[in-house]
Design a protein around this ligand. Structure first.
Ligand code: MOS
Length: 706
């Protein structure tokens, strides 16, 4: 059998993407298409007193002007994350209430985009203004609940014993770390085309969850799922913001039904700041107590985040804490405030990214306090058990990540004092941090067809948010059937295919690869073929169009026995120019344990992408809301800063994991999110080594470095 899994395979969709042949949501050509333009609120809190649409209705090309006064009928979906979910739960145009600046208050439909936009500006809205609450320091916090309604708190051990540990028997520290609001900035902005034919709906919209989105739209309009088709072959980045339909998608589909015309709504970058989610700012306090040898005695981790008035989404900063280190006493809790800002949402490693910023910064502070090497401190506190459910990790190579990362970086040469490395008037610092992300797996199915000319088709209603699903599916089929990757054609992103699962929580590969493998094995089994060549011979002789089989895969009881988690370690070098306040990341080494690597090239790219996003979180990504108006002061690709090539050094990624065969038959975990975790801490830890300054507030902008 040819060995494909684990080699470096080029993206199946790469050529289409770089030549403009990949069709994104807004690019599908539908005859008779009309255009919608969103009208959004100028105020952040209050009510619409008057909305006058006469001028817009008379404008050239205008087909409809929709406001809360003539809003189309929409049903509330089940909203349980299993069958269906919309963000936010309040339906668009539900009433005259304004909850945040930029909230959708209307939609103008016209024959061209320009005419719709022009007419939208003719709609006059008058408000009864109330003072918005924008500043989180003025907000009231209450205990936060998880997506499934549980209180976000955890206690392990006899906590008082840990907290009362005094400095004579060890060290303790308590510090507060903050992160800023981050905007979702995928290359492809949010857009939808809704096309009704009678009572059947076709939706062209980027979706991380094809079948869930199908069910959601079906529930919104009270029709069976089979009447809804979701088409999403290409997605230009999602990161959590395209997991569930947002108000513009719900509204577009409803209005398209009312006017019985195919309707397109493109959300501008500025409109996206309020209507398609962001990562909430957070404030976290970490308290660590440890013995003089570095053994942790206690961890207290609390987090605050903010949500909108119409949905509770708590950035789950503390959920990772019970998995990290073997402290006998752990306590976590989260609180949340309601602000007049848009609804926050999942963003790459939601919770883990800010959570590991706080935890891994605190671990570095503790290492300095105890005069221990930070790698040593982490090795000393490694846990083989997840302390939340008391289950052993199925396959954990965290120590290898730390040791191999340190070796490749040359960590043993690190000067153990602050402010000792310098070059050309710039201080140089080295920092490191741990990286982690849980491994999730869901249900998935796929169909495989073998054609008489030896080509193979795989069809599944999965999606590729840029993570490499097309290629991963092809690799799995090629390996299982013993054919070359070039012979495998993959078709995904269509609800007509078998349910391919959700691309969320880094679970797509672990869910789908075993299903594709199963489908290929079923195809061979169906005719008792020993090889694909035998199957092909039979196929050619009998003159059939294709041999076909489906396969499904689902987690079983293994989750009752094991905890599944991926691990990593980041090592970096920074330079700091204290006169200019300029911080640059100049060198990066990461060693990761993600179970079996399916595609060496794509996996390394996923980790690099996560690290680059982490560099953004650490150095520049920040969205402030005007405390008076509630509007974001940055709102597009020009004003919201994120890393470009010049901000990113060469990133050395190496994999040290082993196939995690307790997890699934291929032993594969996820690679999509783990890369970002720990990055900001590694950078701030390096800044401390360079300058002696402990920075606890992200991003590390020049004003904090001078
Ligand atoms: Mo991810 S934040 O689960 O798309």
């Amino acid at each position: 059998m040819n060995k494909v899994i684990g080699t470096a395979v080029n993206r199946k969709d790469g050529l289409a993407k770089v030549t403009g042949k990949a069709t994104y949501a807004a690019e599908h050509q539908i005859p008779g298409l009309v255009h919608g333009y969103l009208i959004t609120s100028a105020i952040a809190n209050g009510r619409i007193r008057l909305i006058s649409t006469e001028a817009a209705e008379k404008a050239p090309g205008v087909i409809a002007v929709i406001t809360h006064k003539n809003a189309p009928q929409i049903f509330k979906p089940t909203n349980n994350f299993i069958s269906s979910k919309i963000y936010e739960t309040r339906l668009p145009l539900a009433d005259e209430q304004i909850h945040y600046a930029g909230q959708i208050v209307g939609l103008v439909v016209a024959d061209t985009f320009e005419r719709a936009r022009d007419a939208a500006h003719l709609v006059r809205v008058e408000y009864d203004l109330e003072t918005p609450l924008i500043d989180p320091s003025k907000a009231t916090y209450k205990p936060a609940v998880s997506l499934f309604g549980q209180k976000m708190e955890f206690r392990f051990g006899e906590f008082s014993a840990g907290t009362e540990e005094t400095d004579s028997s060890g060290a303790s520290l308590e510090a507060t770390y903050t992160t800023s609001t981050e905007l979702h900035t995928p290359m492809e902005p949010h857009a939808i085309i809704a096309h009704w034919q009678g009572d059947s709906l076709t939706v062209y919209e980027a979706s991380q969850w094809v079948m869930g989105t199908q069910r959601t739209y079906a529930e919104l309009f009270g029709i069976p799922s089979e009447k809804v088709r979701i088409v999403t072959p290409y997605i230009g980045g999602a990161f959590g913001s395209k997991a569930f339909p947002w108000p513009h998608g719900v509204l577009c589909s409803a209005v398209a039904r009312q006017i019985q015309r195919p309707l397109k709504v493109v959300v501008s970058r500025r409109q996206m700041t309020a209507n398609t989610g962001h990562r909430s700012e957070t404030e976290q306090t970490v308290r660590l107590t440890a013995a003089l040898d570095g053994k942790l005695a206690g961890i207290v981790h609390t987090a605050k985040s903010a949500t909108s008035p119409v949905e509770e989404f708590a950035e789950p900063c503390t959920t990772i804490t019970p998995a990290m280190y073997a402290a006998p006493n752990i306590q976590t809790s989260q609180t949340i405030a309601t602000l007049n800002v848009g609804t926050p949402i999942f963003m790459r490693a939601p919770g883990e990214a800010p959570g590991m910023w706080a935890m891994e910064s605190a671990m570095d502070e503790l290492a300095w306090k105890l005069n221990l090497d930070p790698v040593e401190l982490r090795l000393k506190n490694e846990t083989q058990t997840h302390l939340q459910n008391n289950l052993p990790f199925s396959s954990k190579h965290f120590a290898d990540c730390l040791q191999e990362g340190a070796r490749r970086f040359g960590w043993q040469n690190r000067p153990p004092q602050l402010r000792t490395l310098a070059s050309d008037g710039q201080l140089i610092g080295w920092g490191m941090a741990a990286s982690t992300f849980p491994a999730l797996r869901g249900n998935a199915s796929a169909k495989v067809r073998l054609l008489p000319d030896g080509r193979v088709n795989v069809l599944t209603a999965a999606n590729d948010i840029g993570t490499g699903t097309y290629t991963m599916v092809a690799i799995t089929a090629a390996e299982t059937l013993g054919v070359s990757v070039d012979r495998v054609k993959v078709e995904i992103g269509d609800s007509l295919f078998p349910d391919g699962g959700i691309a969320g929580g880094s679970r797509m590969t672990a869910s789908l690869a075993p299903a594709v493998q199963q489908a290929c094995q079923n195809l061979l089994k169906s005719g008792n073929f020993a090889t694909t060549a035998e199957a092909l011979k039979e196929l050619q002789q009998c003159g059939r169009a294709a041999l076909e089989a489906t396969g499904s895969s689902a987690p079983s009881r293994e989750g009752k026995q094991w905890a599944f988690q991926s691990w990593g370690a980041h090592f970096c070098e920074v330079t700091v120019d204290e006169e200019l306040g300029r911080l640059r990341v100049t060198r990066w080494v990461s060693a990761m344990d993600i179970g079996r690597v399916m595609n060496a090239k794509a996996a390394a790219s996923q980790i690099r992408g996560g690290i680059i996003m982490g560099i953004g979180e650490a150095l520049m990504e920040e969205c402030l809301f005007d405390p008076n108006t509630g509007h974001p002061v940055v709102y597009d690709l020009a004003t919201y800063h994120y890393p470009c090539h010049a901000d990113v050094p060469r990133i050395d990624v190496t994999f040290v994991g082993k196939p995690d065969l307790e997890f699934n038959p291929l032993g594969v975990r996820g690679a999509g999110e783990i890369g970002i975790t720990g990055v900001a801490a590694a950078i701030a830890n390096a800044v401390y080594h360079a300058t002696g300054r402990r920075l606890r507030s992200l991003p590390l902008t020049p004003d904090k470095l001078i």
